[in-house]
Write a protein that binds this ligand. Structure first.
Ligand code: FAD
Length: 231
């Protein structure tokens, strides 16, 4: 029998390529954006991820950039005492990483149903990439702890059909922005989303994807669910 071989050329998603850290910008006390050089052969669809590798540790990150951008951008939560994200938070500009990609299938599929994007924390990243590449007319729920964590809200207020910040711990010292829902995104969906057929795109915390999927089963027959679990 003929033996099949797969060569790991640069356009193969599993090929390991080297990239360089160009910039880091802190969005909040614990979340930052990084910009990396882009291997010329790396083409991706908004919503896809890359795998970063350093020594024996590897982690996946959703691409924040648009497919035509010159560089690659990521939005990363600094996990206290984490194994990899603190390293990304501290790496020197010019540091080199190994990367593979693109990976994953969490991409936008236009349909006759209304898109509802639901993100917790950095789960917003794929929706930024989709928006930057021209996706419009969606509802977006962004569940975060406090108002300061609503990074990218300017983009979504301008482009989305409806943008709903979902604040878990609103505080008097940190006034809630317009249209804020106080509570989990699942609570907004259960109590405020009108009955209709939707395409739900869920990204971020496993518990949120679980809770929203149950609600869709109970209240939104005829809707579809697409998920990307980060943590
Ligand atoms: C497909 C995919 C895409 C991902 N995309 C992103 C992304 O775009 N941005 C990003 O920050 N992370 C993303 N992650 C998570 C990322 O791969 C790492 O798990 C994360 O950076 C933590 O790694 P660590 O080694 O620092 O922490 P670890 O030592 O592995 O500690 C894990 C702990 O961190 C928590 N945690 C992991 N990720 C997050 C997060 N984003 N926000 C809050 N708590 C978290 C987990 O609940 C767990 O308690 C993605 C994961 C997957 C599977």
């Amino acid at each position: 029998m003929e033996k099949k071989t797969v060569s790991l050329t640069p356009d193969h998603p599993d090929a390991i390529q080297t990239v360089e850290l160009l910039q880091r910008r802190w969005l909040t006390e614990n979340t930052f954006e990084i910009e990396l050089t882009r291997p010329p052969a790396l083409q991706f669809i908004p919503g896809q991820t890359i795998r970063l590798i350093h020594e024996s540790i590897e982690r996946y990150y959703s691409l924040l950039s648009a497919p035509n951008d010159q560089s690659l951008a990521l939005c990363v939560y600094h996990v206290p005492r984490g194994n990899f994200s603190p390293f990304l938070a501290d790496a020197q500009i010019g540091a080199r990483f190994s990367l593979s990609g693109p990976h994953g299938y969490f991409i936008f599929n236009p349909s006759s149903r209304q898109p509802v994007f639901v993100a917790t924390g950095t789960g917003i990243a794929p929706f930024v990439s989709m928006t930057r590449s021209g996706v419009t007319d969606f509802t977006l729920l962004h569940e975060v702890e406090i108002a300061e964590d609503l990074y990218y809200q300017d983009i979504f207020r301008e482009i989305s059909k409806k943008y709903v910040p979902c604040l878990l711990y609103p505080s008097a010292a940190d006034p809630s922005p317009p249209d804020t829902f106080h509570g989990k995104a699942a609570g907004f969906i259960e109590n405020n989303l009108p009955p209709a057929n939707y395409d739900f795109y869920l990204c971020g915390e496993r518990q949120m994807t679980h809770d929203v999927t149950l609600l869709v089963d109970q209240h939104f027959a005829g809707s579809y669910v697409f998920k990307e679990v980060f943590y």
